[in-house]
Design a protein around this ligand. Structure first.
Ligand code: CP
Ligand code: NVA
Length: 314
């Protein structure tokens, strides 16, 4: 049995994991999911607690972390209103050093990645990024599990992401690089992913056999893809730019015609929430090849496995 090298660690982005650790989380999630469904419902962390701080809205992430903690036996301390955790201007240092006296892990959804990094710097307990402006690693883990369930494996598959070069684009670059996939992105020239993230992923890709290609149109990205993903064109924090963005992303909608350019048997995925009629049509969202609700469910299994591994006593 390989040692769990994740015990006591943080997950602030997928590249915090090695390719082997990434696979370990997915394998653990798949096993725990099957066990739970079969009635083997272990609750290993009775008496522990997890702080879940949401500085942006959430349906899936909040629910899945709260239920995932509960299923592990740990008390979920959810702070999602305007009057908790960081809302009074107390420093990140002081806030974190207080919180960690009560909890065994901290889950944080916020704006700047630097805030997640700073919490992790002060916290002795594991810190999990539940979405920042730059990364959404938990979504990446759930999506990897979903792809594996539907396509049998990850390595060698072609993953196409069409849309904004945002936190999800970064996460899919990292996922593909770690898993040895052929990653094809299609983003408008003015909404490209961060070149520094692309360069970091290129380095990992060189070790895993992955490849990365970035286009400024949707067609080249989707050509021959086994998995087609998109995300909102207006992320949380970008709301004021909504109308302008509709124009900037013209030609990047995932519709049935675009899906027909993917490989035979391709699946469609979306982290949700979707803006139906903008980045994706109803026809694609509701098609038999759309696996968006399996993907949403897998947030629970992936994050439960991640918490299980990070919170294990070293
Ligand atoms: N996909 C996702 O993170 O959804 P929420 O914003 O609802 O948590
Ligand atoms: N890019 C989106 C993802 C939502 C899960 C956002 O940051 O709002």
């Amino acid at each position: 049995m390989s040692k769990n090298t994740l015990a006591g660690r943080d997950c602030l982005r997928l590249l915090d994991l090695s390719p082997e650790e990434f696979e370990l989380v997915i394998n653990t999630a798949a096993k725990q999911k099957a066990d739970w469904a079969a009635g083997v419902q272990e609750v290993p962390y009775v008496g522990k607690s997890v702080a879940i701080i949401m500085e942006k809205p959430s349906l899936r992430t909040r629910s899945s972390f709260e239920i995932g903690s509960y299923r592990l036996g740990a008390h979920p301390l959810v702070m999602s209103d305007d009057h908790s955790a960081f809302s009074r201007g107390e420093t990140v240092q002081d806030t974190t050093l207080v919180l960690e006296r009560f909890v065994d892990a901290i889950v944080l959804r916020t704006y700047e990645q630097s805030k997640v990094t700073e919490v992790a710097k002060w916290a002795k307990v594991p810190v999990i990024n539940a979405l920042s402006d730059d990364f959404h690693p938990c979504q990446g883990l759930a999506d990897a599990l979903t792809i594996r369930e539907h396509k049998g494996s990850l390595k060698g598959l072609t993953l196409a992401y069409v849309g904004d070069g945002n936190n999800m684009a970064h996460t899919y670059l990292e996922l593909g690089a770690l898993a040895g996939m052929k990653v094809q992105l299609g983003c408008p020239e003015i909404h490209m992913p961060d070149p520094a993230v692309v360069a970091e992923c290129e380095k990992v890709a060189a070790q895993t056999g992955a490849s990365i290609a970035i286009f400024n149109n949707a067609h080249d990205a989707v050509a021959g893809a086994d998995v087609v993903l998109t995300d909102t064109w207006t992320s949380m924090g970008d709301e004021d730019e909504h109308d302008q963005r509709l124009a900037e992303f013209e030609g990047f909608q995932v519709d049935a015609a675009l899906m027909s350019e993917a490989a035979e048997g391709a699946i469609f995925m979306h982290c949700l929430p979707a803006h139906r009629g903008e980045e994706v049509t109803d026809e694609v969202m509701d098609a038999p090849y759309s696996v968006i609700f399996d993907e949403a469910e897998n947030r629970l299994h992936a994050q439960k496995a991640l918490m299980y591994l990070l919170m294990e006593e070293v």
